[in-house]
Write a protein that binds this ligand. Structure first.
Ligand code: COA
Length: 314
């Protein structure tokens, strides 16, 4: 078998899953020295969902994405699961999800922290260029398992959830017009979690670098797509802090009103946050055919990633 001609890909469908258990800011204020107003003012978060397993949330989101796409699941060639909170160290949680879904395809985990889903989406395009036809890209997390619930500077932020997308090879024009991935390992100590430990974060350093990383990554992708910030119809940013998104949009010259935000009810779900916010925009009918959609994420590492999609109308 010889290598196929490079080809584009389309995003066919999305699916999401959030745990039922809602934890409010007032719930957290019963445990640590904080208030609802402080959390809303400094982060935009009003509540978050906690519970389940990474594989369970990933499976539910994937089932919904597959159902919405209408494809035969047996035609999926690869499952890429972006996560920083796998069920176990070994095997990859992607293999558990594969078994849950009854798939017989390649399966792997990808850890690029909160940039993971966008990294996965871009990697999927690479595999499609190498001949794969259909790929399931999932971002799923149970950050609650690695959160220190006595640390008020982190426990207010992190939460659980999953989002999934079915990507399909197309003979026509593909969605992806520009992309960028980066990592600055010099900042690895700003957010980390040792094996069997809890997340430790330097919030101020992350904040400052996240704003710069989002701007830089978005500009790279826009340049590749031959677009300017004015051409963007919708920004789907990683949901870490509403103030980070506001500051990044300001630097890019994109009105904040053009963002899809879910952080107020989901908190920071790391690699799940971009597909959750993208699906939210779709459910709200905020994306039309041929819109230019900018996905942009950043996270521990410090990683960043972005993608410009010309929406194909799904
Ligand atoms: N409730 C009340 N006060 C809090 C608090 C809380 N939950 N968390 C921290 N504080 C206090 C601090 O102890 C500090 O008190 P001090 O001045 O007496 O020392 C004060 O609030 C200001 O702290 P600071 O860290 O400057 O606040 P901030 O405005 O930067 O907000 C974060 C803190 C964590 C919300 C913010 O830095 C942030 O979001 N950073 C990015 C984190 C992130 O995105 N991580 C994930 C990356 S993917």
């Amino acid at each position: 078998m010889s290598l196929p001609q490079p080809s584009g890909a389309r995003l066919l469908s999305l699916g999401t899953s959030l745990p039922d258990n809602v934890v409010t800011n007032d719930d957290l204020a019963e445990r640590v020295d904080t208030t609802h107003d402080w959390i809303v003012d400094r982060t935009g978060i009003q509540e978050r969902r906690i519970g389940g397993t990474t594989s369970g949330l990933a499976t539910d989101a994937s089932r919904q994405a597959i159902e919405r796409s209408g494809i035969d699941p047996s035609t999926i060639d690869l499952l890429i699961l972006a996560t920083t909170s796998p069920d176990r160290r070994v095997p990859a949680t992607a293999s558990t999800v594969q078994e849950n879904l009854g798939l017989s395809c390649g399966a792997m985990d990808l850890n690029a922290a909160c940039s993971g889903f966008v990294y996965g989406l871009i990697a999927a395009h690479g595999f499609i260029n190498l001949g794969h036809r259909r790929i399931l890209v999932v971002g799923a997390e149970t950050l609650s398992r690695i959160t220190n619930w006595d640390d008020r500077s982190t426990c207010i932020l992190f939460a659980d959830g999953a989002g999934a997308a079915v990507i399909e090879r197309t003979d026509g024009e593909g969605d992806l017009k520009g992309w960028h991935v980066a990592s600055n390992g010099a900042l690895e100590d700003t957010l980390f979690c040792e094996f069997d430990g809890k997340l430790i974060m330097s919030g101020g350093a992350i904040f400052k670098n996240a704003v710069l990383a989002m701007e830089r990554s978005a500009l790279h992708s826009l340049e590749m797509a031959d677009l300017t910030p004015d051409d963007i119809d919708l920004v789907v940013p990683h949901q870490a802090n509403v103030r980070i998104v506001e500051a990044s949009c300001k630097r890019l010259g994109i009105p904040f009103e053009k963002t899809s935000m879910t952080i107020h009810r989901t908190g920071n779900t790391s690699s799940a946050s971009v597909p959750l916010a993208l699906d939210h925009a779709l459910q709200e009918n905020r994306i039309s055919k041929d819109d230019n959609v900018l996905l942009v994420g950043f996270g521990a590492g410090m990683t960043s990633a972005s993608a410009v999609l010309k929406w194909n109308g799904v």
